[in-house]
Structure formats: structure tokens, C-alpha cells
Design a protein around this ligand. Structure first.
Ligand code: SF4
Length: 194
């Protein structure tokens, strides 16, 4: 497998760029083994930002991509799709969080920049070991078995049933209720436990 990594560092306007020297991070990334291209961009998730990623994959013959921006919760799917649209497997991509876990929580620009460099270096090492993956869909039977008819088991069975799925509740004793049925009354309402 070729080792041609592209690194994209996002400014997020000033969200990242005010606390992290993104140009310095990109410059550092260019020296890392396997990295053949590194750049910054103001808003990487925007349409032009995604186009930049797609074009770089094709023009630079990239095989792996690292994007340093926000939380994967925010844009991992966006970038995976952009990487796939550029022609490489979506799992040959790693996302680095230099916003929520860096620029938003640090005030020392130099330290935050160093941390971003460390995170990028780790992601580059990881992406070089990634292998292409395929998403597969497996048909499942939407039916559950709950083992144990105590209070927890009964409640779990009821919750599953209420969400519209068939449930089989299995209990080894002659009756359900577990420990609860051995009690007389329950505090503070003094209701009959059974
Ligand atoms: S990719 Fe994330 S960090 Fe970059 S501009 Fe979009 S929201 Fe901001």
C-alpha cells in the first residue's frame, strides 16, 4: 500500500486559529513520515473546504487523509463522505479534535499548538496502519429474550415490549417477581410488595 498522507488543518474561523497556530501545525505535518501534502483552510466542512479535500486526493494521489478540526461527533460523517467522493475508502481517514479538546480549553497558544501537533502526529501514525473497510448490513430478528424474571428483568421486558418488539421472559422459578415477592411492604409508601 502506498503511503501518501494528506493533512488538512481547519481554522474554524477564529475558533481554532485564535488559540492554535494552524499554519505551524500544517508545516509540522509536512515533515512527518508518509505525509506528502498538508494545508490549512478557514472552514473545512464548508462546500469549498470539502472540495479542497476531494481535489487534493486526486491531484496529489493521496491514499490516507487526516483532518484536524472539531469533534468527530460533528463532522466525521461529512469528511468520510468527502474522502469517499475523492475516490479513497472512507476508513482511510482519521479525524483529530483540535477544537473541543484543544483550542476551546487552552489559553496558552504555544502549548495548544504543540498539543495539536502531537495529536496530528498520532493520527498520521494511525492512518498509516488503517486498512480499507466495507460497511455490511446483516438482517436481524427483532425479538428479545430476557433471562431472569426479577424486578430488573420484568422492567427490561416491559421496556422492550413497549418499544414494539416481541419479548420472551425466562424465569427458572415457578413464579416471577424475584426477591420482591419475599418482601411484605415497601418503604416509604408501605405498598404491598407483591
Ligand atoms: S470542520 Fe469543524 S472545526 Fe472546521 S469549520 Fe467546520 S465546524 Fe469548524
Amino acid at each position: 500500500m502506498k503511503k501518501r498522507v494528506g493533512v488538512f488543518v481547519c481554522d474554524c474561523g477564529t475558533n481554532i486559529a485564535s488559540a492554535v497556530d494552524t499554519e505551524k501545525v500544517a508545516e509540522y505535518a509536512r515533515q512527518l513520515p508518509g505525509v506528502v501534502f498538508a494545508t490549512t483552510y478557514k472552514y473545512m466542512c464548508s462546500d469549498p473546504g470539502q472540495e479542497l479535500v476531494r481535489n487534493a486526493i486526486q491531484d496529489q494521489g493521496l491514499e490516507q487523509v487526516v483532518i484536524a478540526s472539531c469533534s468527530p461527533r460533528m463532522h466525521e460523517k461529512t469528511f468520510r463522505q468527502a474522502v469517499e467522493a475523492g475516490g479513497i475508502n472512507g476508513y482511510m481517514f482519521e479525524m483529530v479534535n483540535i477544537r473541543e479538546q484543544n483550542s476551546w480549553v487552552h489559553t496558552d497558544r504555544e502549548e495548544a499548538t504543540k498539543k495539536a501537533m502531537d495529536l496530528v502526529r498520532m493520527a498520521v501514525s494511525k492512518v498509516l496502519k488503517n486498512v480499507p473497510l466495507q460497511v455490511s448490513t446483516i438482517p436481524i430478528t427483532k425479538k428479545a429474550m430476557v433471562i431472569g424474571g426479577g424486578i430488573a428483568g420484568m422492567q427490561a421486558a416491559l421496556d422492550i415490549a413497549e418499544s414494539g418488539h416481541k419479548v420472551i421472559l425466562v424465569e427458572k422459578q415457578a413464579s416471577i417477581g424475584g426477591k420482591m415477592t419475599q418482601l411484605d411492604k415497601t418503604f416509604p409508601t408501605m405498598d404491598c410488595a407483591a
